[in-house]
Design a protein around this ligand. Structure first.
Ligand code: FE
Length: 249
């Protein structure tokens, strides 16, 4: 059993959302030994999603195919447009601090305008607010703010503590996202010290690739698996129709 729940089958190109379009991702997942694939498109493509694609993909393969979404959290927004859809899970991700989309290409310079400790504190504060909505089963790439390697003076794990406490209390899953290995920071999101604290707090985890092309599905999964195993994790979370289960790590 092995699931990758953060796959962008539409990449950054958007619909059409079809079996033919997503099939290459399923094939890579199968070739890499995954037993489950979850598509979590950027919510910008919500209108174009065809929910009949997921069961049709499942019929064509032995893999379980799950329906998720990566939702941009911003304070004060509502989530009405997400209601009434057959989600297996929703990933809440913070990509913006004070309206600044810091992970967009070309925004790297913007880090120079901030005290990095303050930026991290605000970032983790937003992640905590996302958790508090109760809408998300998963918080995505919890320390994405490190993507270019800017580090706070205080340990990031201390700045993340309120968000981690809240996730633990609400039973929200922490995403272990390997895409950071391919960004300038060259580290999995989140860092090992944050994962160690998450383990102490009994926070469940999943391993994801954040694939935007088929070849990226399941990438560096074994690296993440070994880190989690060394820390003490023996299980990963699974999702079906909004309910959490577990699989062996
Ligand atoms: Fe994201």
């Amino acid at each position: 059993m092995a699931a990758d729940y953060h796959v962008h089958g539409l990449g950054h190109d958007g619909p059409a959302h079809t079996v033919e379009r997503l099939w290459p991702y399923v094939e890579v997942a199968r070739a890499r030994g995954l037993t489950e694939i979850g598509f979590a498109e950027h919510e910008w493509y919500l209108e174009g999603l065809d929910f009949s694609v997921f069961p049709r993909l499942e019929e064509k393969t032995k893999l379980k195919v799950r329906a998720g979404l990566e939702v941009d959290f911003r304070p004060g927004r509502d989530f009405k447009e997400l209601e009434g859809k057959p989600w297996d899970y929703l990933i809440g991700s913070v990509h913006e601090v004070h309206g600044w989309a810091f992970d967009k290409p070309g925004e790297e310079e913007g880090f120079g305008n901030w005290d990095i400790d303050e930026l991290y504190r605000l970032y983790f504060g937003l992640a905590a607010q996302a958790a508090a909505t109760g809408i998300f089963q998963v918080i995505g790439h919890l320390d994405l703010i490190k993507l270019y390697g800017h580090r706070p003076r205080r340990p990031a794990v201390e700045l993340a503590e309120p968000a981690l406490q809240l996730m633990a209390r609400l039973g929200i899953v922490l995403e272990v996202n390997t895409s950071g290995l391919y960004r300038p920071v060259r580290e999995i999101y989140p860092s090992r010290d944050i994962l160690e604290r998450a383990f102490q707090l009994n926070i469940p985890v999943i391993i994801t690739s954040d694939a935007h092309v088929p070849e990226e599905v399941g990438r560096a999964r074994e690296t993440a698996r070994q880190i989690l195993y060394q820390i003490g994790y023996r299980q990963l979370a699974t999702f079906h129709k909004g309910h959490m289960g577990t699989e062996p790590l």
